[in-house]
Design a protein around this ligand. Structure first.
Ligand code: TNX
Length: 532
């Protein structure tokens, strides 16, 4: 009996020993280590905005040069999305994948982009991404959802090192299932084209950057004291005179109607809606300088190239002012497929307050007679608003409450959190600081629901990050102010708040720095983040 026990013990310990050798071999073996070092691995835990749910299923999918991108040919938009994915994969990995239409059969080893009208989704931007050992399947009810899901897939490649082509013949993906949909309908960025002019090409570059983070609105601040930037055929001097300069002097510029339509088209392909802003009745020096009759005394002011605000006003006593607005709104509405026209309405310090209210109500009618909905900065809530009108919060919650009482929805742009023209800290060369310094953590650590007492998610249309450009001269400056703060605003707008956590977020953000370096983006190397 005793002997048998000893034998059993010997066998048991020998087995343990062999097992130990085997597992330790696995971790220590130089060849294995070398292989895993050489196999680039895509990662699920650097996605911004963080998806609603991710579950890992324990296997791997290998993407290689033979992988094809198959698109649902019955819907023509999916071919564009397939090409977009192909280009992005190519620019990150160097792999040139083929794209092919498919009808029914999903073949092994490929990426499939599937529109399934039967999918019962929460939003037209919802998608699911299923990576199994055989297949990457991206499914959505609408092409828009597919496009958002493609961004998730692309971001999984962000941690990869350069020159994959030279070192590896496949990329490993963890198998998983992601289900995702946005928290808010409106996730916007605003660019001020008036203080400094930016070319169509710059705006396209911006559209590409914000598309990566699932933004779906680009608000263009097209007119201000320093410049009128959109051609209005019935009032040509607006751009001839009003567009001729910018902050600091020198030539400004403007978009012809064809230029503007090109921006609208480019954005639309990326499921981003352009929201044009014609700021009035203040912020109108460029228009007043272009047409004497818009001034109460018929004397046009000089063109303005400074950065002070609140000194100009259209003449609200003259009917010609309303003729002017009708023409402008008509032409801009005709060029804009999106539902909203932004009328500014901010900082009208040179306008009589009673006349201001009457003015906003008249402009609201003009917007609605063009089958559009009105958005304005928070001050417009002093007027009687229709339930379709939307207010954009930037500073005073009292104005927001006034708007909510009237049934308006609100877009959150609290200046102390999301004004991308605020300096990061006192050493930042670009930018202003009237709303405070905004470090990356400050712009991430807030929630729309806790900004104003008693507000509910249903009253919130979404969030928007404005970039005013008094001190912003070129695209590199734009990049520096937006990155790395902007992805955080995308996450606030898209992800459920319980999913958000700064310590975890900043680790994900660091991986994006790896990608930004790769594409040569000029981002601020905040000490908030461990970029290594
Ligand atoms: C306030 S926010 C403004 C803009 C300036 C900006 C500079 C708002 C509605 N008006 O006219 O460009 O501050 O930060």
């Amino acid at each position: 009996m005793k002997k048998q026990h000893t034998n059993e013990a010997v066998i048991f310990f020998t087995l343990i020993f062999i097992l130990f050798q085997f597992t330790s071999c696995k971790t220590l073996s130089p060849t294995k280590e070398k292989i895993s070092e050489m196999t680039p691995t895509a990662s699920f835990d650097n996605i911004i905005p963080i998806p609603v749910s991710v579950s890992l299923t324990g296997g791997t999918f290998n993407l290689n040069r033979e992988t094809k991108i198959l698109f649902a040919s019955l819907n023509p938009e999916t071919e564009f999305i397939a090409k977009y994915l192909q280009e992005q994969i190519n620019s990150i990995t160097g792999y040139e994948l083929a794209i092919l239409p498919f009808e029914e059969k999903l073949t092994k080893g490929n990426i499939s982009l599937i529109i399934n009208k039967e999918l019962n989704e929460l939003s037209k931007e919802s998608y699911s991404l299923i990576i199994s050992e055989n297949l990457i399947e991206l499914k959505a009810n609408q092409p828009e959802g597919l496009f958002r899901g493609v961004q998730t897939l692309i971001q999984m490649l962000f941690p990869l090192k350069n020159n994959l082509n030279l070192t590896s013949n496949h990329i490993e993906f963890p198998t998983l299932e992601i289900k995702d949909n946005p928290r808010y309908e409106w996730r916007g960025v605003m660019l001020d084209i008036a203080r400094h002019f930016f070319s169509v090409n710059d705006v396209k570059k911006l559209i590409d950057l914000i598309a990566l983070y699932k933004f779906n609105r680009l608000h263009l601040h097209l007119t201000d004291d320093q410049g009128w930037r959109i051609e209005i055929k019935s009032w040509p001097e607006l751009t001839e005179i009003g567009g001729s300069t910018q902050v600091g002097g020198g030539y400004g510029g403007y978009y012809t109607q064809e230029d503007y339509s090109e921006i609208v088209r480019y954005a639309m392909e990326r499921y981003i809606t352009i929201v044009p802003e014609i700021d009035m009745p203040g912020h109108t020096n460029a228009a007043l300088a272009s047409y004497p009759e818009l001034n109460c005394d018929d004397i046009p002011p000089e063109l303005y190239t400074g950065i002070k605000v609140g000194f100009s006003s259209l003449c609200l006593d003259k009917e010609i002012t309303y003729d002017f607005i009708k023409d402008v709104i008509k032409e801009v509405s005709d060029l804009t497929p999106g539902a909203y026209i932004h009328i500014g309405g901010d900082e009208a310090y040179a306008t009589d307050s009673l006349k201001y209210i009457n003015f906003i109500e008249r402009v609201q009618q003009i917007i609605e007679s063009n089958n559009k909905k009105m958005i304005g900065w928070e001050e417009i809530s002093q007027a009687k608003l229709g339930s379709n009108s939307v207010i954009q919060f930037w500073r005073k919650s009292d104005y927001v409450l006034k708007g909510l009482q009237q049934g308006s929805k609100v877009i959150f742009s609290p200046s102390s959190k999301v004004y991308m023209d605020m300096k990061y800290n006192p050493n930042t060369e670009l930018g202003l600081n009237w709303a405070g310094y905004i470090e990356v953590s400050d712009s991430y650590n807030w929630d729309p629901l806790t900004q104003i007492n008693g507000i509910s998610d249903k009253q919130i249309l979404g969030v928007e990050a404005p970039l005013w450009t008094e001190t912003i001269l070129n695209f590199s400056d734009i990049e520096f102010m937006l990155f790395p703060r902007l992805p955080g605003i995308a996450e606030i707008g898209w992800s459920p708040s319980f999913k958000r956590n700064w310590d975890e977020y900043k680790r994900r953000l660091a991986n994006h720095g790896n990608y930004w370096k790769k594409i040569g983006l000029n981002y601020y190397k905040s000490t908030d983040i461990n970029w290594d």
